[in-house]
Design a protein around this ligand. Structure first.
Ligand SMILES: [Zn+2]
Length: 357
């Protein structure tokens, strides 16, 4: 990853409370311990109500919109909370809250039809959003943008080794949301600055990747902010490079600079719980929730705190200098070696022919 800019975080006390966030993960898992938050289940519905309840605890008049849609006749709901609606620049903070209907990657074959608790894959990102909402609400008059806290339904039911729900694709909720996004804002007076997606941000052994579809100037800036807070192993200088199909894609296609904060969840011995029945509270780390929450909090203060503190980041995150995928780099390396080999072969042969002459 490139760190061309010398970013320096503004000096401010961070308030993110990881103990709160851990409790919010626990709450989501306890809503329904049979079906968790599977689309179409009672638990999924109650989880939407739980978010509304949490935001109304922050402020009874917190604006919210429930976005109803259906996937194969199952009723689904994205839930959107808006803060500082009078301001014209919008920053979206998003996470999915549905849990996967089937543990398709579980090592125990007998458990592959069981539901995934989704402690990290789902609940962790939502938990971080709730505590950020508490902090930003209290500081709202000093913040210079509008916030959307956006909870997606129907993200996690696509096909890996098997379907989550038969016939469903990934990211159904965010696709439907962006299809209808013009119903939720006034495009002549409001505009989007950025979208940041939090997916699997609270697990043990946290290490974020350089997600290739993300807007690189935005993702780079978040990495640099995290590193300056001292989180150098969670935001490594040479992160794993990968493209992930996730809820940020619809927003990128709509033209909003977007970043996906996500881990390397595929065949990673440091995170073996992905889409298994073991993605539960045991694999959640208070420290990881804190690192994610404080990094996003600092990002917001750096860019949107109404103060005299000077900060020079990559705003407005229009540059997308995507580096090459690791696979492409490997391919180029192999082709170069083959070409070099052919050259060496010809030189040796020519030398031999000359000798004979
Ligand atoms: Zn998932």
């Amino acid at each position: 990853m490139l760190f061309g800019n010398n970013l320096h975080n503004i000096d401010v006390t961070l308030q993110f409370n990881a103990t709160n966030a851990y409790t919010f993960v626990e709450d989501q898992l306890n809503i329904n311990t049979t079906h968790y938050r599977i689309p179409g289940s009672q638990g999924r519905e109650e989880c939407a109500e739980y978010f509304i309840d949490k935001f109304q605890n922050i402020a009874i008049n917190f604006t919210y919109i429930v976005h109803n849609f259906t996937v194969q006749s199952i009723e689904c709901q994205n839930v959107l909370f808006k803060l500082n609606e009078h301001l014209d620049k919008i920053v979206i903070l998003g996470a999915h809250y549905d849990s996967r209907a089937r543990a398709t990657k579980d090592p125990d074959e007998l458990k592959r039809d069981d539901p995934v608790p989704g402690a990290n894959d789902g609940a962790s990102g939502c938990a971080v959003l709730i505590d950020l909402a508490r902090i930003f609400y209290a500081l709202r008059e000093n913040l210079t943008c509008q916030f959307w806290f956006l909870f997606f339904d129907a993200e996690d039911q696509g096909y890996d080794y098997g379907p989550g729900i038969s016939g469903w694709d990934w990211c159904e909720g965010s696709d439907k949301f962006v299809e209808d996004i013009e119903d939720f804002y006034n495009s002549s007076s409001e505009s989007f600055d950025a979208m940041i997606l939090l997916d699997m941000v609270g697990g043990v052994n946290l290490q974020f990747i350089n997600e290739q579809d993300s807007t690189s100037s935005l993702l780079d800036e978040i990495f640099e902010i995290g590193r300056q807070l001292g989180y150098t192993s969670q935001f490594p200088s040479s992160p794993v490079v990968k493209s992930i199909r996730d809820d940020h894609l619809a927003f990128i296609n709509y033209g909003i600079p977007s970043a996906d904060l996500i881990i390397n969840f595929w065949n990673n011995p440091a995170w073996p719980y992905h889409h298994t029945v073991n993605d539960d509270l045991n694999a959640i780390s208070v420290g990881s929730l804190e690192i994610t929450g404080k990094t996003i909090e600092q990002f917001v203060y750096n860019n949107y705190l109404n103060s005299s503190n000077f900060y020079s980041g990559n705003y407005p995150w229009l540059d997308d200098i995507n580096l090459l995928d690791t696979e492409i780099v490997t391919l180029i390396l192999v082709i170069s070696l083959i070409i070099a080999g052919i050259f060496v072969f010809f030189f040796i042969n020519r030398a031999r022919i000359k000798k004979r002459e």
